[in-house]
Design a binder for this molecule. Structure first.
Ligand SMILES: *[C@@H]1O[C@H](CO)[C@@H](O)[C@H](O)[C@H]1NC(C)=O
Ligand SMILES: *[C@@H]1O[C@H](CO)[C@@H](O)[C@H](O)[C@H]1NC(C)=O
Ligand SMILES: *[C@@H]1O[C@H](CO)[C@@H](O)[C@H](O)[C@H]1NC(C)=O
Length: 328
């Protein structure tokens, strides 16, 4: 029922983004920003990036870091690079296996306008390659990732979840778009996509938040192939519409210097330099089957997702599909 109401509400006019175009963030980055359908049954919604810091303690090898900034904020998170660097895990106060699980794992359900309150659950990062070629990354943050079930067993739960779309523009015209899915993803031409007005639609997998161009059932046993049935399944539907631009910080990124420039001076940027992980490490002694465990380590952040791309995909092979396949 809630899904139906949201769907009807989502057909109405969308709210205007709070963030305005600036010299480094062109307006077309907002005009063509993806809209995300969250799964109707997904208990794990997008969340606030700062709240993740409030609910965790930075640890190395399951030991709190002495001398870590307190409170930890999006303006000082980068200081952890000198206190453990890639070995730092933002470790939940409750533990990944807490029962009952803490409410903050569940994030925030978007309202009828597609807004997650005053939380910031999206980072837009614009990379200008010159000659009119601009990549706009839309990073989506979810406090918790619920893994898929295989043969009744659950694999790959983790705290902290960064997913993204990337749109490649040529002189302000969207040409191709990347959808992150687990360790890989899919690329499509802009014309191939479902849209609401100019804005392409992404479907967020139930629990895993892998991004798809079509609703329905997705097998991701073979990355990028998206077969309709198989061993490892993601489910998407038109549950609740999230407009990430209503809850976003925006930056320009210069790959030659590695500098992130926030859209305005009040937008925190230091956190993007953080080299550690956004959730707990994999618990010691975690049982695994074929190398797959129920609880796994949290992910690293946007700077590790291939911001300086030659192709629209982060790696080869890169097939940009001119049509959507295996829909519904
Ligand atoms: C979606 O995930 C929820 C838990 O978040 C689960 O209860 C539900 O069965 C899942 N639905 C599908 C279709 O997988
Ligand atoms: C991590 O901590 C455990 C237990 O305190 C210790 O035995 C182990 O050597 C530590 N590992 C590293 C890499 O420091
Ligand atoms: C910290 O990690 C980053 C990212 O992997 C790496 O480039 C850098 O060299 C590391 N710094 C140190 C001091 O090890």
């Amino acid at each position: 029922m809630r899904g139906l109401i949201s769907y009807i509400a989502a057909l109405g006019p969308l709210a205007t983004p709070l963030i305005q175009a600036t010299a480094t963030i062109p307006s077309y980055v907002y005009d063509y920003a993806p809209l995300v359908w969250l799964h109707s049954q997904d208990a794990y919604r997008p969340g606030d990036i700062q709240a993740q810091l409030d609910h965790t303690t930075p640890q190395v090898n399951w030991t709190a870091i002495q001398g870590a900034p307190s409170p930890l904020t999006l303006n000082n998170l980068d200081q952890l690079n000198n206190l453990g660097n890639t070995s730092v895990y933002l470790t939940s106060h409750e533990g990944i296996a807490a029962d009952p699980e803490p409410a903050w794992f569940r994030g925030i359900t978007p309202d009828a306008q597609g807004r997650i309150g005053d939380a910031t659950g999206c980072a837009i990062i614009v990379v200008d390659h010159g000659k009119g070629s601009v990549d706009a990354f839309y990073f989506y943050f979810y406090p918790y990732n619920k893994g898929d079930k295989v043969l009744g067993m659950e694999f790959g739960d983790h705290i902290g979840d960064w997913e993204h779309n990337m749109i490649r523009f040529a002189n302000g015209t969207p040409e191709a778009i990347w959808f992150s899915q687990h360790a890989s993803g899919q690329a499509f031409t802009y014309n191939a996509l479902e849209k609401k007005g100019k804005r392409p639609i992404a479907y967020s997998g139930n629990g895993t938040h892998a991004n798809y161009a079509v609703k329905g059932q997705h097998d991701h046993t073979i990355p990028g192939l998206n077969l309709p049935t198989g061993f490892l399944l993601d489910y998407t539907d038109r549950g609740i519409l999230w407009d990430p631009t209503l809850n976003a910080y925006a930056y320009a990124y210069d790959p030659s210097t590695g500098v992130f420039t926030p859209s305005t001076a009040d937008v925190p940027a230091a956190w993007l330099e953080f080299n550690g992980r956004w959730g707990d490490d994999q618990p010691p002694g975690e049982p695994s089957i074929f190398g797959e465990a129920k609880y796994v380590a949290g992910p690293d952040g946007p700077k590790f997702k291939g911001l300086d791309r030659v192709l629209v995909c982060p790696s080869k092979p890169c097939v940009v599909l001119p049509f959507r396949i295996f829909a519904e």
